[in-house]
Design a protein around this ligand. Structure first.
Ligand code: NAD
Length: 503
């Protein structure tokens, strides 16, 4: 074997060992597991020059910037720093975010609640305590192949800067979980938060960056635009450093992101139906529906939004719901609430009438809804419910209120068909309460949703009382599913021909 071949093989072995986390390559230091980026040509005038680590305008902001341009430039610098500092720094950042989210859950839950005025304080706090369940660095394992022609490694590598849009319904929890996923994969991130939940988001971003800087020397790994707007959304999407988008929100932002020309991972809207047949345990079903639909006043995209139940077990289910703390509205009370909670615009040109949800009721307590319904309810009531038909606005709209409509159906087929119609092809989440495996299978096939929960509350689909892992961004229309670090990676293949297969 020539000296040249020996050197080549030694280098490749060292490189491969370094990549799979074995002994560090002899030529690389511990802090540089991947090759450093090429130095920018100082005279070429390209953006790399502008984002060199010496840009003084980006110092001392701890991630909070006035413009998308500054935020993206700072995040690009941070991405390069993270690349230099390797897996160990990613792991430190994951631990920092998880620890701080839990430690600050009470304070941050409160500022988010005070800013947005939607949902429930106890559940805002609880959501932050759950960030520790979001998968991080350990999720990324290379795939290897070994055969007659040598070995091949496929690695999950970063994109660079991810532009992320977060909802008003869970601003700090979404942001925190997104940081864990995105940074675990080696990226940096820039957030455009919902304007009504941006102040609290900036508080968390600043705190995370201060801690990350202290622990790793990386300054702006997660950036945020202080006063987000549609203009800053457009600027973030257009910025050349933004390689990938992650959108968590309703139909408008999903559409807007898909029109940018950038690859977008879209965690879009849902309207999860529940079907209850006559084989399930009605008490268990009632308790599950209450706990899922009442969580954070039904702000969650996965939360139970309407129930279809076989006619001959409907009374029993509703009885069990009442026994477990939910309050049933009469038809007249439900009518009053519907008039207050929705604006109905008459159909145009022979089209159907359109219901628009009144924002004043989204995520509000049952006491607010009960007042509009004209009913007195016990303090602390978790959930209201009432009987409706299948085309009622409470069924058809993603209403995000602690009030669940109950629709009687005559057959399993009708229950599944009406569940499918009410889900509006979002392919997000559906729930069934049944012990009949054929009914379960039929609904799973018909609904074709990203999450399908059987005999439990909807959060069980995110590992909360069911098996699995957590994310607050469930990529539905674009198909990535419950996001995790791998969602934010490029798969790259490294091939060694005819050697290193050791048997
Ligand atoms: P929203 O759509 O009003 O806002 C979400 C984000 O998009 C915000 O940052 C907002 O400023 C931005 N936005 C809205 N319209 C935009 C446009 N035209 N161009 C650019 N940006 C725009 O939603 P919301 O009320 O904050 O959150 C609730 C919605 O989000 C529900 O539809 C819910 O189902 C969905 N959601 C989905 C998931 C998921 O994982 N799939 C998670 C949480 C919330």
């Amino acid at each position: 074997m020539s000296a040249l071949n020996e050197t080549l093989i030694r280098d490749v072995v060292a490189e491969v060992l370094g990549r799979i986390g074995g002994a560090a390559p002899a030529t690389a230091t511990k802090s540089t597991p991947s090759a450093p980026p090429p130095a920018p040509n100082p005279d070429c005038g390209c953006s790399a020059k502008k984002t060199s680590a010496s840009n003084p305008a980006l110092r001392g902001k701890f991630g909070v910037f006035a413009t998308a341009e500054e935020a993206c430039a700072a995040a690009q610098e941070a991405f390069l720093q993270l690349k230099e500092k390797g897996i160990e720094a990613r792991r430190k950042i994951e631990i920092i975010v998880k620890t701080m989210a839990e430690k600050n859950a009470e304070a941050w839950g409160r500022i988010e609640f005070e800013e947005t005025k939607i949902g429930r304080l106890d559940h805002k706090i609880a959501k932050l305590g759950l960030i520790k369940l979001v998968p991080g660095v350990d999720w990324l394992r290379p795939d290897a192949r070994s055969g007659d022609h040598g070995i091949t490694l496929e690695e999950y590598t970063p994109f660079g800067v991810v532009g992320a849009i977060t909802p008003s319904t869970h601003s700090i929890p979404t942001l925190s979980g997104n940081i864990v996923n995105i940074v675990a994969a080696g990226n940096a991130v820039v957030f455009n938060a919902h304007p009504s939940a941006a102040r609290c988001a900036a508080v968390a971003v600043r705190a995370y960056n201060e801690a990350v800087y202290r622990e790793t020397g990386i300054e702006n790994i997660a950036c945020i635009i202080e006063k987000p707007s549609l203009d800053s959304f457009n600027a973030l999407c257009k910025n050349e450093n933004t390689r990938l988008l992650l959108v968590t929100g309703g139909p408008m932002v999903v559409k807007a992101a898909m029109q940018t020309g950038k690859r977008a991972i879209c965690a879009g809207p849902g309207n999860p139906p529940v079907f209850v047949d006559d084989t399930c345990c009605p008490t268990r079903a009632a308790k599950a529906i209450i706990s899922g639909a009442a969580f954070d006043n039904n702000l969650l995209c996965i939360g139970e939004k309407q129930v279809f139940v076989l006619d001959h077990v409907a009374d029993k289910l509703m009885q069990r719901m009442t026994e477990n703390g939910a309050v049933k509205l009469t038809h007249a009370q439900l009518d009053s609430l519907t008039k207050a909670a929705f604006t109905i615009t008459p159909g145009q040109g022979g089209g159907c009438a359109q219901a628009h949800t009144n924002k004043d009721f989204i995520g509000k307590d049952t006491s607010v809804l009960a007042q509009a319904a004209g009913v007195n309810i016990p303090a602390g009531t978790q959930l209201l419910f009432g009987e409706t038909d299948a085309m009622h606005p409470f069924v058809q709209e993603e209403q995000m209120m602690p009030m669940i409509p109950i629709v009687r159906v005559k057959s399993v087929e009708e229950g599944i068909a009406k569940s499918l119609q009410s889900e509006h092809n979002y392919k997000h989440t559906a729930i069934i309460h049944s012990h009949d495996v054929e009914n379960i299978t039929a609904m799973a096939r018909a609904l074709d949703t990203t999450l399908f929960v059987k005999n439990g509350p909807s959060p069980a689909g995110l590992g909360l009382g069911g098996e699995g892992y957590l994310s607050f961004s469930i990529a539905t229309p674009t198909g990535e599913g419950i996001t995790n670090p791998r969602t934010f990676t490029r798969v790259r293949r490294c091939v060694m021909v005819d050697n290193l297969r050791i048997y």
